[in-house]
Design a protein around this ligand. Structure first.
Ligand code: FRU
Length: 313
């Protein structure tokens, strides 16, 4: 009996110690002027401009909060250096939307281990050395795209896949999810290539696809700029009416507008998470430990449902 009691006490002490260690990484309650360093991987796409805007708007609601934005201009090394600057400046928290997983992983870990809360937004880093990840489930979105396309093409068709940067996690997940969504159907991928999330690159790749293949039923691009680039290439070749175009992001001023204009058959929403990132930072400043993973919902916008605001996935 005595040994049992002793063991129980010992066990609770261990659990208590572990719990303490975990919360030692979490910051103490902070108040007064607070600064968040926000590292954006680029501002080339409307989606990223929107993310910064969402962060600005959410931050404006907090009296003593200041956000310092840095734009890495699509350069992972520059992004690492900018996060190092935030660390040396002693910011109270960091929000990062990384360009690529591998090169950004060590610097995110450094911030985390120094006790600076670091919120990773949209694209992931490797491992779990960060405070919190916020983003939609790209595998789920990719799978939904695959299923939607299979239905739209009645189980059979020739598809071009224009992939996002494959060293970034949304590109990998939108690809693998998509492949699982078309599994078992006769939807055939006749051409797939990495367009690195960039509209001009997507347009160029689509020109090659058009030159090589007489029959293309549909283009799945991992983002709306890519789908639009492909559309422009097809239009220039006089083939845009024979092909359906599907993208991801679903911004009101981009994907949703393209759907309304009949340029895209569908756009799948990818919420920026900007507001949620600021809310999470505030929780941390208030002494709370946030969830490690915050998964955002997505919607699909099609010509049929766009007037009703899309349909939740
Ligand atoms: C913008 C962007 C979006 C895409 C996201 C994925 O840089 O390419 O279009 O949804 O990044 O991380």
């Amino acid at each position: 009996m005595k040994t049992k009691v002793f063991l129980l006490i010992a066990l609770s002490l261990v659990i208590f110690a572990c719990g303490k260690k975990e919360s030692a990484k979490a910051p103490v309650k902070k108040s007064g002027p607070l600064t968040i360093g926000m590292s954006q991987c680029n501002l080339g796409e409307p989606w990223r401009v929107q993310m910064n805007e969402d962060i600005k708007q959410a931050a404006a609601k907090q009296k003593e909060l200041k956000v310092v934005f840095k734009d890495a201009q699509n350069d992972s090394l520059k992004q690492v250096a900018q996060i190092e600057e935030f660390i040396s400046a002693g910011v109270d928290a960091i929000i990062v939307s990384p360009k690529e997983a591998a090169p950004l992983t060590p610097v995110v870990k450094t911030a985390f281990e120094k006790g600076i809360p670091i919120i990773v937004l949209d694209r992931r880093v490797n491992g779990d050395k960060y405070t919190c990840f916020i983003g939609a489930d790209n595998k789920k979105i990719g799978k939904a795209v695959g299923e939607w396309i299979t239905q739209k093409l009645k189980g059979k068709g020739k598809v071009v896949e224009l992939k996002g940067l494959m060293t970034s996690t949304p590109g990998q997940d939108r690809h693998s999810g998509f492949r699982s969504g078309i599994e078992g159907s006769d939807v055939e991928i006749i051409f797939d290539v990495d367009m690195k999330w960039l509209e001009p690159a997507a347009r160029k790749e689509m020109e090659s696809a058009l030159a090589r293949f007489k029959d293309i039923n549909l283009v799945y691009a991992h983002n709306d700029p890519g789908a639009h680039g492909a559309y422009l290439a097809a239009k220039a070749a006089g083939r845009e009416k024979d092909i359906l175009f599907v993208g991801i992001d679903g911004l009101p001023q981009e994907g949703q507008m393209y759907v309304k204009q009949g340029i895209l058959a569908a756009s799948f929403e990818y919420p920026t998470g900007g507001k949620e990132a600021v809310d999470t930072a505030m929780e941390i400043f208030n002494g709370q430990i946030p969830e490690k993973e915050i998964t955002l919902r997505s919607r699909v916008f099609t010509t049929k449902n766009i007037d009703r605001g899309g349909v939740l996935l």
